[in-house]
Design a protein around this ligand. Structure first.
Ligand code: SF4
Ligand code: ZN
Ligand code: ZN
Length: 315
């Protein structure tokens, strides 16, 4: 297959990727150009951030977040990486993840803020889940990561936090929310969440790219990333929705992008009034971060963990 753009200029260059839903086959140079242009278009379309602002990029060590950090930096944005070291020992997962984030930080010459849970809180994420009696380590992990990344961004006065969520993630979440007609979540699913009383602005510049496009970018840019997922990933339900969408995409190329884009255009406005409900946010009595519950969920979990440990005489 030949690159479509090169072909239009009378050149015969081999394509490195075929993007079926855009009916595009592109060589390395034109794919990288297309990828950059599309990202800048998304940033502009949703007024995500500007060149003068400091942007936190939440990096896990995976292809999505590291590619995002590389690209935003290359585009001239003032980026700072934020990594939460979870302390997951199996397969050296956390150690390797941190190593890869640090390596990219050095390569692009941008600072990396690391929050080490064991060192700063005293427990790894798995210890917290176990001691607080929660079976689903991923939901505890999600709560802590969101809380910590937000706290760092607010403390560091960052204009926004960018995450590497891609089209596969967003369309799977959309399908899952639609299956349950969870109107509250449907109303909030958007590439931008504006800053609000103690919550930093959150943005997803890669939300229209598939995993395949991002992994191609990472490989072509020679970014080293974690190729094996987190050992706890198996319990999540989203792979089922991803598989369902992959099947539809295979039969009807463009399904995922259409599903998500049309939702943003036509579906979401129908649920928007759900976000207008007044939440009574107030500072958490323990940590001062905003919550609707008096004491925030992270502090409540930690109280339980410390209580358990005090009873068993470990603390
Ligand atoms: Fe955390 Fe679960 Fe993701 Fe692992 S798979 S990083 S435990 S949310
Ligand atoms: Zn080309
Ligand atoms: Zn709190």
């Amino acid at each position: 297959m030949l690159c479509k753009i090169c072909k239009s200029k009378g050149k015969k260059e081999k394509a490195v990727i075929s993007i079926r839903h855009h009916k595009l086959a592109l060589c390395k140079e034109h794919f990288l150009e297309w990828f950059k242009k599309q990202t800048l278009k998304t940033i502009k379309q949703f007024s995500m951030f500007g060149k003068e602002e400091t942007i936190g990029v939440a990096v896990s060590g995976g292809k999505d977040s590291l590619s995002l950090w590389q690209l935003l930096t290359e585009c001239g944005f003032k980026t700072v990486g934020i990594h939460i070291a979870l302390g997951i020992d199996k397969n050296d997962y956390s150690k390797k993840s941190l190593e890869l984030c640090s390596r990219l930080s050095e390569r692009i010459n941008r600072p990396l803020i690391v929050f080490d849970m064991k060192r700063e809180i005293g427990y790894t994420i798995e210890e917290i889940a176990k001691l607080s009696g929660r079976k689903d380590v991923c939901s505890v992990c999600g709560t802590f990561k969101r809380y910590l990344i937000n706290k760092i961004a607010v403390n560091e006065k960052m204009a926004a936090v960018a995450t590497g969520h891609n089209l596969d993630d967003e369309s799977a979440v959309l399908l899952s929310n639609t299956m349950r007609w969870d109107t509250g979540y449907l109303a909030r699913q958007y590439p931008v969440l504006e800053e609000k009383e103690g919550f930093a602005k959150k943005v997803k510049p890669f939300c229209f790219f598939t995993e395949k496009e991002i992994v191609s970018y990472a490989i072509l840019k020679e970014i080293e990333f974690m190729e094996t997922g987190c050992p706890n990933a198996g319990s999540a339900t989203s792979p089922v929705y991803k598989q369902a969408l992959a099947f539809l995409e295979h039969k009807m190329p463009g399904t995922k992008l259409r599903f998500y884009r049309e939702f943003l255009k036509k579906g979401r406005p129908a649920f928007e009034k759900e976000t207008k409900e007044e939440y009574n946010l107030a500072p958490c009595r323990t940590c001062g971060m905003p919550t609707t519950a008096g004491v925030c969920s992270v502090c409540r979990i930690l109280e339980k963990v410390r209580g358990v440990n005090a009873k068993s005489g470990k603390n």
